[in-house]
Design a protein around this ligand. Sequence first.
Ligand code: HEM
Length: 223
Amino acid sequence: MSESVPPTAFSTVLRTASSEEHEAAEHSSFMGHLLNGRLGVDAYAQLSGQLWFVYRALEGRAAELAADPVVGPLIDPALFRTAALERDLAHLLGADWRSGLRPLPATAAYAARLEELADTWPNGYLAHHYTRYLGDLSGGQIIRGAAERTWGFERKGAGVEFYVFAEVANPAAYKREYREKLDAAGLAMDEVERRRVVEECKRAFTLNGAVFADLDTRYPLSA
Ligand code: HEM
């Protein structure tokens, strides 16, 4: 009998491989200004608006992806953010929020990539699912705290609902279970496919960084 070394848990591979990209996103100029309370609420509203295009693309094909044998177990309506973003946008921009909202070039490219993957490569889509939702459940909470402090939103209330996972009772436990499902997904792929997904995960961070860079040129500092 031949013995094979079990591959490193896929959740660990993804986290480790994208740690540099994570660092870059976290320390991007736009995020830095947001966390330091140096941006106007209009910049925050634009971030929410750009995220709306992203989540519409991420969640628009979720029902079909739920049937995918590898990715399906990770699709969970409890994570969906589109409706929460819409409530935030109505609070931030008014009932007519949709009419003036346009995707920035980087956002349009990001959304196009998500739609392409949802249609053609579910495992690649998984890389984006991980990057967004685990990030929102993690660092997203830091962003929420900064937004509440800076612009006086009610704690976990209107304006920051995007960051509030009302249907996830225990985020730490949820993240643990999510990682277990990621590990199972990784075991269903061969090594070449796992590497491709890791590359797509890095690309997911790069696409997010590009949206921040686009926002940064429009909202360098509102002081
Ligand atoms: C101000 C910006 C950010 C801060 C302060 C931040 C902070 C954090 C922290 C503290 C964790 C670890 C949480 C834990 O271990 O439970 C984390 C995890 C994570 N963040 Fe961020 N983050 C930021 C931006 C981002 C962005 C822009 C993305 C991608 C769009 C992202 C994606 C992730 C992911 C995927 C994880 C999970 C890593 C894993 O355990 O596999 N983060 N973040």
